[in-house]
Design a protein around this ligand. Structure first.
Ligand code: CTP
Length: 378
């Protein structure tokens, strides 16, 4: 997490912004050459440039036709979203180009009605926070367009809405605020905090809420962001949920657990529930590998992750050793030895696998002997 005191923008302010932009995003040279209308770098890319934190993907706003610009770029453009923005790839970098637009919200939490706007300033005015509402013209030396004081808020580490209705228009911005607060170590400006605490997440669809929570949970500082949301009264974590989410995030940051479950799903399950059967798995103390495999195999991936985060260290061995144990024999071997097709085959193989897991067989012949013995039991 970047603390306020370590912010590059406050320690060594970028003097020559156009030059910094050219350095950070050489791929935009092509846009500069192709554009006939004014084009601007906007949003998170401006914020991150000022913070000295490079990023791969950028958003551009054109005071004109986005599709026409994409066509002049000769790039493979994919038109996306219902807003007619286009995505192009330049030197392997993803660039989103949108025509300047305004948004109005018919009712709280609804998707906005979009209208074209003439200026980038009008486009900036529809955005969530001052630190995300700045622009830099690509083709002039004019420098930063910052009508809402974003640069000062960036220097002071403050998240501030542009107008009092911001969270009513789009309550998911409260989750975005938590994401930026956690990621950058920023605080809410007091009036913004007051407005945010009144936000009604229930006004947006469950899908949109979930999508924004997943974006938060995917970040390194996701659990801290969830703690903020809880502190602000917007989510109700399960008992010990934030601490568990922190442990889950750590567990999933490296192999082998990283491959087991989706990070966002696991972190959110840890923080918010629903409570599954992880607690019973966490306290189980299987005395043999075969028992461990049987137990773990009866639980889903998220429950495994949560149980491990709750302290079930034996699950490491399950994951790395026992889960992958396979027999050298298969059902055909039993049938060839005279076992009739049907449940006896499965019973024999299962018994042989248990024996192998517990170190009771050393080779193929012993596996077959165990399997046949179990298959022939009635
Ligand atoms: N935006 C907004 N309100 C939202 C979502 C987005 O105003 N509910 C604006 C912000 O200006 C934001 C820009 O759209 O900077 C792009 O949104 P997004 O890609 O979600 O965020 P980034 O700022 O690019 O953040 P990140 O660094 O997480 O990619």
């Amino acid at each position: 997490m970047v603390g306020k005191g370590t912010m590059p923008s406050s320690e060594k302010p970028i003097e020559d912004l156009p030059a910094a932009l050219r350095d950070a995003h050489p791929e935009l040279e092509a846009v500069r050459e192709a554009a006939s209308d004014p084009v601007y770098l906007v949003g998170g890319a401006v914020r991150d440039l000022l913070l000295g934190q490079p990023r791969a993907d950028v958003d551009l706003v054109v005071e004109g036709d986005a599709a026409a610009l994409a066509a002049r770029l000769g790039a493979d453009a994919v038109e996306h979203e219902r807003f007619g923005t286009v995505k192009v790839e330049l030197d392997g970098h993803e660039v989103d180009i949108a025509a300047a637009r305004t948004e109005t919200y018919d009712r709280p939490g609804a998707l906005p009605a979009v209208e074209p706007a003439d200026t980038v300033e009008a486009d900036l005015a529809r955005r969530d926070f001052t630190i995300n509402a700045m622009a830099i013209p690509l083709a002039s030396e004019a420098g930063l367009i910052d009508p809402h004081g974003g640069r000062e808020d960036l220097d002071r580490g403050l998240i501030r809405v542009l107008h009092p209705g911001s969270f009513v228009d789009d309550p998911t911005r409260a989750i975005r605020a938590a994401r930026y607060a956690a990621r950058f170590g920023f605080s809410l400006e007091p009036e913004t905090e007051r407005l945010l605490r009144e936000a009604n997440l229930g006004a947006v669809s469950v899908d949109r809420q979930r999508a924004e929570l997943e974006r938060l949970a995917r970040e390194a500082a996701g659990p801290l962001g969830l703690a903020f949301l809880s502190e602000w009264g917007l989510i109700e974590p399960r008992d010990g949920g934030i601490e568990l989410a922190t442990r889950v995030a750590k567990l999933l940051s490296s192999p082998p657990w990283r491959e087991v479950a989706d990070r966002a799903d696991a972190v959110l399950a840890a923080a918010l529930g629903p409570v599954g059967r992880e607690a019973e798995l966490a306290v189980a103390q299987p005395d043999m590998p075969s028992r461990a495999v049987e137990l773990a195999g009866a639980h889903g991936a998220i429950e495994l992750v949560l149980a491990r985060a709750l302290g079930a260290e034996w699950l490491d061995r399950y994951l790395e050793e026992w889960q992958g144990v396979r027999l050298a024999i298969d059902g055909d071997d039993l049938i060839a030895a005279g076992v009739p097709q049907g449940p006896a085959v499965g019973r024999g193989l299962a018994a042989a696998l248990r024996a192998k897991l517990d170190g009771e067989t050393r080779n193929r012949d012993e596996e077959l002997a165990r399997a046949l013995a179990a298959a022939r039991e009635t």
